[in-house]
Design a protein around this ligand. Structure first.
Ligand code: ZN
Length: 70
């Protein structure tokens, strides 16, 4: 079994199954709580900019992900 560590919170993901209890985004592994946090934060920041636009969301999403996974 492979060991997967969340790139955001640094916790080990037990019984790691991609798509079930962790996701891989742009090369980073994220546990579900961190993934939810990312979606939430990216959604909020997108709205703060000029309303909801898919392109804006993608950019914000990427920036938020990079910030969470230092
Ligand atoms: Zn995490």
């Amino acid at each position: 079994m492979i060991q997967v560590i969340c790139d955001s919170c640094g916790k080990e993901i037990r019984r790691a199954t991609r798509g079930a209890n962790y996701v891989t985004l742009l090369g980073y592994d994220l546990c579900m709580p961190c993934r939810d946090g990312l979606m939430h934060q990216a959604g909020k920041e997108t709205q703060r900019k000029e309303g909801y636009q898919l392109k804006t969301y993608e950019t914000v999403y990427r920036e938020t992900l990079r910030r969470m996974c230092k």
